[in-house]
Design a protein around this ligand. Structure first.
Ligand code: PEP
Ligand code: MN
Length: 278
């Protein structure tokens, strides 16, 4: 069935780029490239505070941190829950950054809608249609990650669930897909960026941390993503990656984040975009 004319995420429905506001930060169109940084998991009040302080000084616009973690093993660290969200919000306020965190369950909708500025739907929940519909009914912007093994079409149809329930404030996030390649955690599908831009008016950012699983690869894939037209990046940053309770091997140090931002500014300029350097 060809229902493309009805789809709210398409260029046919809405020719101009959508700009999503997250606090004072605007994402999409010709706005500055957005840089989201922070640890995979909030581990303590001190940890999120220290990382927030360091990355804010070198160019982060939005602070990330997971409090409800979708771990492959039930015996791995599951996140600090409400304490984590509260410490994330506290650090965000202290250093003037809106915050993003992942929602795993509809039961936490009220907590997220009250406290979190940008609600992340992780790869594993991209097709949790009940959750998507509920997120459509609250006014908050949504960061919708691509599923581990989902096509671009399926991903855009998931955005459609949120839009059909009344919320068009969606930022898409390419975070790598499962392929036969074993050298990286996932395979970063850079071509998804221009394809999404062609088909949809929604902004798209890239997560090179989960896409590669290896901090050594984060810099090159970040530069490539901006060169390919991404509206921003979400990067895992940790001040002692070797002690991280999740995803330490793909987390960069705050100092490296600062160095990367300077290089990103040069690539952004080459593709007629900009990064606001602090
Ligand atoms: C995350 O951002 O911490 C995360 C779990 O990402 P993904 O859903 O892309 O695996
Ligand atoms: Mn992670």
């Amino acid at each position: 069935m060809d229902n493309s004319l009805k789809l709210k995420s398409t260029r046919e429905f809405h020719p101009d780029d959508t700009v999503v506001s997250v606090g004072y930060t605007k994402v999409g169109a010709n706005q500055d490239i957005v840089l989201i940084g922070g640890p995979c998991s909030i581990e303590s009040r001190q940890q999120i505070n220290d990382i927030a302080k360091q990355i804010r000084l070198t160019g982060a616009n939005i602070l990330r941190g997971g409090a409800y973690k979708p771990r492959t093993s039930p015996y791995s660290f599951q996140g600090l829950g409400t304490d984590g969200i509260d410490w994330l919000c506290e650090a965000g306020k202290r250093y003037g950054m809106p915050v993003v965190s992942e929602i795993m369950s509809i039961t936490k909708l009220e907590e997220f809608s009250q406290k979190v500025d940008l609600i992340q739907v992780g790869a594993r929940n991209m097709q949790n249609f009940d959750l998507l519909r509920e997120l459509g009914s609250i006014g908050k912007p949504i960061l919708l990650k691509r599923g581990l093994a989902n096509t671009i079409e399926e991903w855009l149809l998931s955005a459609e669930y949120i839009m059909d329930s009344g919320n068009s404030n969606i930022i898409l996030c390419e975070r790598g897909i499962r392929t036969f390649e074993q050298s990286t955690r996932n395979t970063l599908d850079l071509s998804a960026i221009p394809i999404v831009k062609q088909r949809s008016h929604l902004p798209i950012i890239v997560d090179p941390s989960h896409a590669t699983g290896d901090w050594h690869l984060v810099e090159s894939m970040s530069l490539a993503a901006i060169a390919a037209g991404a509206d921003g990046l979400i990067l895992e940053v940790h001040n002692s990656p070797e002690l991280a309770l999740s995803d330490g091997e793909q987390s960069i140090l705050p100092e490296r984040f600062g160095e990367l931002v300077k290089k990103l500014a040069r690539v952004a300029a080459a593709v007629d975009r900009s990064i606001r350097l602090c």
